[in-house]
Ligand binder design. Structure first.
Ligand code: ADP
Ligand code: ZN
Length: 626
């Protein structure tokens, strides 16, 4: 079928209703359209799918997309079709007759984008058979090809032989995270030929990070949920028990939520997942088993009720918030005990090899530092992945990011001398109690609480008893964690108990008279400020969550339900908030709103105009012809 040739920019406007490319998108499109291979590393929400769909939209032929997650493929096809592309998917859950029909369409040049699982691609001669139609091989989640990545898939190792069946077809490998080592591996394993390497900046400026000392898991989780009433969120718990208790607790407080973990039957898990994607469910409380198959773009917050085991894990899990680029919040509730638990789990089957043990300790130290260091959290995450923060050399390094608790001034640093004296009091309490008690006990001693246990050990007679009575339990417990992470104290696991002991550095610190330059740093947490999100403008905040926005959102949900597609593929939250703010009164005005291309304008324009003109979402959906 002859297709009109569009330039990339024309295609972007026509199909997606966007005015300009995001960083690196145009470079990626141009590379493959001039037959050059390319490796594209863009963070979640960076707009990767548009990079391989644009050449198809320009009429260059068929783009074959290899994607490892069957659960996501159907949503990706739905999104592409909504943008007016002829798209389909081939995977094990597509019926044989349907598969034949899709292959026929592809061979006849009637398809523009074909998603295929790696397994399917291996069967028969799909790629060779379609060779004359192919404009591009796009390999999504390309880090799966690498042993060094976090999600190795053996099938990905066999992709190269398939790609080599059509050597003239350019290749685009895409991933959200890849260390330099993984990047090398991707290029080698997929046989990329002199590829353009397009490596984006890892920072996600629309995410606001907070890391708080945990003192009451449920209450703190509920606080975050309440800040986002009516919005979608994910709460991660470490164990099934945590997950179940949090879900029950939240439900008791009237939150629309469900638990999700590997112990639930498959049907139940699928139901939770699809309810969440379809916005019938606001909050999912889950172990990390949840998330791989989640593409909902308007997840407005992710809470970790306890610490993940590495910064990589945190980046990936927290990164599920705000894919649509609108402000979203990521909260980590931290306790030093979380790290002890991870160490315990990692070594449950016996001691690790020295090298793995060192890697584990480094990972735990890094995530601990992320949680308690008084340093901008965007900066810590970015530097962890070997990049500069802020990204642009012109930006002042000391400038506030405006989107983390540290930069928002929610953590107050103790002045240097006060931090030293406080640290010394805490370390002496650990020393005086002989390193044979846990953090809770040591905190009680410092707070001057004469519990039965404290009296039994005559710890109420120690000089350190009650030394920090005025600081409160939350601060004292958090300071203990901060000193653990800074290496002055240590948590050791012995006979199923956790003991707090002093390290050499801690002993040395106790002898100091002034705080050394890299000495103890202690912060005290205040409550979250009202401001959240780096980019939220006042006008937008007023619109989102407003009455009109909610009516538009409700229409979106009704129309999505009628087509059996996720709401975010109809319109993103960004498009809805622009509609609510600009209130277009004609199709022409509406076309200027970001995210409304020609296909969506034709399909949904009238229905949304009706709601903008005052109709109820039910009435507008009732009139919608589909
Ligand atoms: P990724 O796969 O990299 O996580 P997506 O392809 O899902 O990202 O895109 C994320 C969001 O950004 C989508 O809502 C998409 O429509 C939007 N988007 C992509 N490119 C642009 C652009 N050039 N301008 C505005 N929005 C864009
Ligand atoms: Zn910051």
């Amino acid at each position: 079928m002859a297709q009109p040739q569009l330039t990339p920019l024309e295609a972007l406007r026509h199909h997606w209703g966007y005015d300009s490319f995001r960083p690196l998108q145009e470079e990626a499109v141009t590379a493959v359209m001039s037959a050059c291979d390319c490796l594209l590393v863009l963070p979640t929400g960076g707009g990767k799918s548009l990079c391989y769909q644009t050449p198809a939209a320009c009429g260059r032929g068929l783009v074959l997309v290899v994607s490892p997650l069957i659960s996501l493929m159907d949503d990706q096809v739905a999104a592409a079709r909504q943008a007016g592309l002829r798209a389909a998917a081939l995977h094990s859950q597509v019926e044989e007759s349907e598969r034949r029909s899709i292959r026929r369409q592809a061979s006849a040049g009637e398809l523009q984008v074909l998603y295929v699982s790696p397994e399917r691609l291996m069967i028969g001669d799909l790629a060779a058979g379609l060779r004359s139609e192919l404009a591009l091989f796009a390999i999504d989640e390309a880090h799966c090809v690498s042993h060094w990545g976090h999600d190795f898939r053996p099938e990905y190792r066999q992709l190269r032989s398939v790609l080599d069946q059509a050597p003239e077809v350019p290749r685009m490998a895409l991933t959200a995270t890849a260390t330099p080592q993984v990047q090398e591996d991707i290029c080698a394993q997929l046989g990329l030929r002199g590829p353009r390497r397009l490596i984006g900046h890892v920072d996600r400026p629309n995410l606001t990070y907070r890391a708080l000392p945990r003192h009451d898991m449920l209450a703190q989780v509920l606080q975050v949920i309440r800040r986002h009433a009516g919005e979608g969120g994910i709460v991660y718990g470490q164990t099934r028990r945590d997950v179940e208790q949090l879900a029950e607790g939240a439900a008791r407080h009237g939150v629309s939520c469900a638990a999700y973990h590997a112990g639930l039957p498959g049907a139940k898990r699928r139901a939770v997942q699809s309810d969440f994607v379809a916005e019938r469910l606001e909050v999912v409380v889950a172990t990390i088993a949840f998330g791989m198959g989640i593409d909902r773009s308007n997840v407005r917050y992710v809470v970790h009720a306890s610490s993940p085991k590495s910064i990589e894990n945190y980046q990936q899990e927290a990164g599920r918030a705000g894919r649509d680029g609108l402000p979203a919040e990521c909260v980590l509730l931290f306790s030093g005990a979380d790290l002890v638990k991870h160490r315990f789990l990692a070594t449950a089957d016996g001691p690790l090899q020295p090298e793995r043990q060192r890697a584990l300790e480094r990972q735990l130290r890094e995530i601990g530092q992320f949680a308690v260091a008084p340093v901008c959290r965007h900066r810590i995450l970015t530097e962890h992945f070997g990049q500069r923060y802020p990204a642009l050399p012109g930006e002042q390094a000391s400038e506030s990011c405006g989107a983390c608790d540290v930069c928002l001034g929610e953590t107050q640093q103790l002045e240097s001398q006060e931090a030293l004296v406080t640290a010394q009091k805490i370390i002496s309490a650990v020393w005086r109690t002989g390193g044979r008690f846990g953090p809770a006990h040591v905190a009680q001693v410092l707070l001057g609480r004469a519990s039965e246990m404290i009296q039994r050990h005559r710890h109420d007679e120690l000089s350190v008893f009650g030394l920090l009575a005025h600081d409160g339990e939350v601060a004292v417990r958090s300071w203990i964690d901060q000193l653990v992470v800074q290496g002055y104290l240590e948590l050791v696991e012995r006979d199923q108990f956790t003991f707090l002991t002093m390290t050499e550095a801690g002993r040395a610190l106790c002898r100091e008279r002034v705080n050394p330059p890299d000495g103890a740093r202690l912060g005290r947490y205040t409550r979250p400020r009202a401001r959240r999100g780096g980019q939220r403008s006042g006008a937008e905040a007023a619109v989102r969550g407003g009455e009109l926005f909610e009516r538009l959102r409700s229409l979106r949900r009704l129309l999505a339900d009628r087509q059996g597609v996720p709401p975010y593929v109809v319109f993103t939250d960004l498009t809805l908030s622009e509609l609510a703010a600009r209130r277009p009164s004609s199709l022409i005005d509406m076309r200027a709103v970001r995210g409304i291309g020609d296909a969506k304008l034709e399909r949904y324009g009238q229905a949304f105009l009706a709601v903008l003109g005052g109709a109820s979402s039910e009435d507008a959906a009732g009139m919608w012809a589909g």
